[in-house]
Design a protein around this ligand. Structure first.
Ligand code: ADP
Ligand code: MG
Length: 348
């Protein structure tokens, strides 16, 4: 049947509708009249029924011709929503829908190429990050070791002790940055297991809100009680939540509202929303947020790796993340995850 549609000439949807309705009405009328003229008695009823059946069959065929490409587009959009950019729709059917299908395919082609290029750039950046972090970690360990030795040699009252403390705390700061680099570059494959996202979120909130910076923040949770267990790596999702929560709180240094929401979505997805009433993000920064090393925080306070790690983990889970923000009003990060991961990932 599909091949037959493919061979039909591409005509305007409006033309098809007009022609088909005229045709169906004419055939039904003609056959009805014929039946009335030619036959009499019970046969008249049979011929009239046949006329209606033929008209209905024609209507079904025409509507299938019209809706076939729409169905294909709907199906393909669902697959794209699940992160599959390799899907394509057949570009036949009524002219407008054929054009729409071709535009849809072209968009996916561009998105796929962008995604591949970005993945390659990210891979080389990760390699660089891992190399640098390893190289820096060794001398840092040596510095910290010698600071400890000197501390013991100087004794408690030595006036050089404060200087040593400074060296030690700065060296530890460097180590934290090097560790963040390693976290970012060491993309471990995920180990999925049935995960209760609501419980995980509650636990992260409980642990994180002990930090001083959470004190002026009012945390509001709205968790979907019907949320199913999802196949995910809880340790890695914890990283995602910690990073999003910390960013939100850091955007509200004078306090504000942090709203956390989970929802089950149709099409086998769950979403988590982390919304703050903080400083917001200027539009020109929105598409740079997930790039490694992008930060607006003063030196020493931000590595610019948090959101790069978040997006990498969400992608590994076949999920998606998006952000909406208004300067001065606040920011909402929303990520979606499939309830079920593809077989090959679960089997790993
Ligand atoms: P870092 O927190 O180390 O700066 P991230 O990758 O976590 O690195 O975030 C990158 C940048 O994105 C931040 O420096 C900040 O400018 C911006 N950002 C992230 N989350 C928020 C938020 N909730 N509100 C405002 N800005 C944000
Ligand atoms: Mg951060």
């Amino acid at each position: 049947m599909r091949r037959l549609w493919a061979r039909l000439p591409s005509v305007s949807l409006q033309a098809i509708l007009v022609i088909s309705f005229v045709l169906v009405a004419a055939i039904a009328l003609g056959l009805g009249l014929l039946a009335a003229m030619l036959v009499s008695g019970p046969l008249r009823l049979v011929v009239a029924l046949a006329a209606i059946l033929i008209a209905a069959l024609l209507a079904v065929l025409v509507s299938r011709y019209l809706t076939g490409s729409i169905q294909a587009l709907i199906q393909a959009s669902r697959q794209v929503a699940h992160g599959d950019l390799t899907v394509r729709v057949p570009g036949h059917g009524p002219r407008e829908l054929a054009t729409l299908s071709q535009a849809f395919n072209a968009t996916l082609e561009t998105l796929g190429a962008d995604q591949r290029a970005q993945a390659e750039r990210l891979a080389s950046l990760e390699q660089l990050a891992a190399g640098v972090a390893h190289e820096i970690n060794n001398p840092l360990a040596t510095i910290l070791l010698y600071v400890d030795i000197l501390r013991q040699e100087y004794g408690q009252k030595d006036r050089n002790l404060a200087d040593l403390e400074m060296i030690s705390s700065e060296a530890r700061r460097c180590k934290r940055i090097a560790d963040a680099l390693l976290d970012f570059s060491r993309r471990k494959p995920i180990s999925p297991q049935p995960t209760d996202l609501n419980a995980l979120l509650q636990n992260v909130v409980q642990v994180e809100q002990r930090h001083e910076k959470y004190a002026p923040v009012n945390i509001v949770t709205d968790l979907d009680p019907t949320l199913p267990l999802i196949q995910a790596d809880p340790a890695q999702l914890r990283q995602v939540l910690i990073n999003l929560l910390n960013n939100a709180v850091e955007a509200m240094p004078h306090g504000g509202r942090l709203s956390l929401r989970t929802r089950q979505q149709p099409a086998g997805l769950v979403t988590v929303e982390v919304a703050d009433s903080g400083v917001g993000i200027p539009p020109e920064n929105l598409n740079r947020l997930f790039r490694p090393f992008f930060t607006t925080k003063p030196p020493g306070q931000g590595t610019g790796l948090g959101l790069a790690i978040v997006s990498s983990i969400v992608r590994q889970h076949h999920g998606q993340i998006s952000v909406q923000s208004q300067v001065g009003q606040g920011t909402t990060f929303t990520f979606s995850l499939p309830i079920q991961l593809p077989e090959e990932i679960v089997a790993q």
